[in-house]
Design a protein around this ligand. Structure first.
Ligand SMILES: [Ca+2]
Ligand SMILES: [Ca+2]
Ligand SMILES: [Ca+2]
Ligand SMILES: [Ca+2]
Length: 443
């Protein structure tokens, strides 16, 4: 019997790992350089690469701006010279699947030789590890037109045409695909100015040099190149993530709690959470909260109006009696919050449930939740720690459903979940960053 049990356990583990790898992605590092202008980069979360102290990396005054990008216009940026000190910042080492790095760059000077200025690095912590993979390059022609390029390692660089300009901010996305077929078959792609909110397009250029794959990738390397080859540039808004959507989030907002208190039906609410680094104007985003009753044809729709600051919640309450139950007024009162636990909630963007685009869900479309894992009759469902983006498909991995006896067991206005989303992995130093708003320590 023991062996059968073990085999079942093995199968279950395999299924869970499959779900994990298919349905669960994370943001591993966010770096908006929200540090003091003029300060050495090494003061804040970054480590020196090797030993050079020439042209110490320094925080620039003012952040780079790129409309719609999550790392736009937050704090300051990083100034890079054409030669000198290098630095790196670690994240939880990755060895399989895909790894993305999105970054804003503005190049003020380059050479006709070309050099690379940022890449992934193998080690999360070693100052002497020089295994750099996914190198991004800049070069100019005699007319000061820019080309951007990529190599996997130290081989030939694949450049774009000279169609880019100095002193212009570009959104670059580096993609590293881990392949298990050989120790030199991993692939590096570069996307330039991809459309935020769309699915992943074809890459702008793909590296062709064949290089060994190493033991994984664990940090972002910032590299000031050679004095006759390097560019002078500003870098900002670095984001390392396991999926395209996490690298380029359209809006860092999601449903964080739904509630149907057993002792007070008028104290029902839906709570939203802003996991990003900037205030979200909910009204301008044209978001709707919608309820579908029992999976049938009866819907309630309401436009969400107001703003929600970074790391804060926005609570929609069913009635003004919410305040008597919880001690504060909800951000918005709406009569559509009548779910008794089997009626799904949806967030739509750009319109209501008939005209908008689905953005996040609690429950499932056209489905009565009675007896299903998402039923929250007389209870509450809370989004687990580690979830930082919406999901248009309800996943049991992302939620914890409980049945408090009364309203005291609910926590509208705060999102500080205890349950982990299948033990998510957080970046080295991630919770310490001043510009990261979703972490246990800061909320
Ligand atoms: Ca910034
Ligand atoms: Ca490989
Ligand atoms: Ca119902
Ligand atoms: Ca809450």
């Amino acid at each position: 019997m023991k062996s059968i049990y073990s085999f079942k356990k093995f199968l279950l583990t395999g299924i869970l790992l499959t779900i994990f790898s298919l349905g669960w992605s994370q943001t591993l590092l966010v770096e908006n350089f929200d540090y003091t202008s003029g300060a050495p980069l090494l003061d804040d979360n970054w480590l020196i690469q090797q030993t050079s102290t020439t042209n110490p990396l320094t925080i620039a005054d003012g952040g780079l701006i790129y409309d719609g990008y999550s790392g736009s216009a937050i704090g300051n940026a990083l100034a890079m010279m054409n030669t000198g000190q290098d630095a790196f910042r670690g994240f939880e080492k990755q060895k399989e699947g895909v790894l993305y790095m999105s970054v804003l760059v503005n190049i003020s000077a380059a050479t006709t030789v070309g050099d690379y200025f940022i890449s992934f690095k193998e080690s999360s912590t070693s100052t002497t590890n020089t295994f750099y993979r996914g190198r991004l390059w800049a070069m100019k022609d005699a007319s000061d037109n820019l080309a951007l390029g990529i190599s996997k390692g130290s081989g030939t660089v694949v450049y774009t045409d000279f169609t880019y300009s100095l002193n212009t901010t570009y959104l670059l996305v580096l993609k590293y695909t881990f392949n298990s077929g050989a120790d030199d078959d991993d692939v590096c792609d570069l996307f330039i100015n991809p459309v935020i909110g769309d699915t992943e397009p074809l890459p702008t250029v793909t590296a062709t040099d064949v290089q060994s794959d190493g033991s994984g990738l664990g940090s972002v390397l910032i590299r000031q190149g050679g004095s006759t080859s390097g560019a002078t540039l500003t870098v900002d808004g670095i984001r390392v993530a396991q999926s395209w959507a996490h690298a380029l989030p359209e809006m860092e907002l999601f449903i964080s709690e739904v509630a149907d208190p057993a002792d007070n039906a008028n104290a029902r609410f839906v709570e939203l959470f802003n996991s990003g680094a900037t205030t979200i104007d909910l009204t301008a985003a044209n978001l709707y909260l919608s309820r579908q009753s029992n999976g049938g044809t009866t819907w309630g729709d309401v436009q969400i109006t107001g703003t929600v600051d970074a790391g804060k919640t926005f609570v929609l309450g069913l009635a003004t009696t919410f305040e008597a139950a919880y001690g504060f007024a909800p951000d918005q009162v709406t009569s559509i919050l009548s779910s008794n636990g089997d009626d799904a909630y949806f967030i739509y963007k750009g319109g209501d449930h008939t005209t908008g685009t689905l953005f996040d869900v609690y429950g499932a479309l056209d489905t009565d939740g009675t007896g299903l894992p998402w039923e929250f009759l007389d209870g509450r469902a809370e989004r687990n720690f580690g979830v930082n983006l919406p999901n248009t498909i309800w996943s049991a991995l992302e939620w914890t459903v409980t049945m408090p006896t009364n309203v005291a067991g609910f926590n509208p206005g705060v999102h500080a979940p205890v349950a982990d989303a299948l033990a998510p992995v957080w970046a080295v130093g991630y919770p310490m960053a001043a510009n990261v708003s979703l972490c246990k320590n800061s909320i």
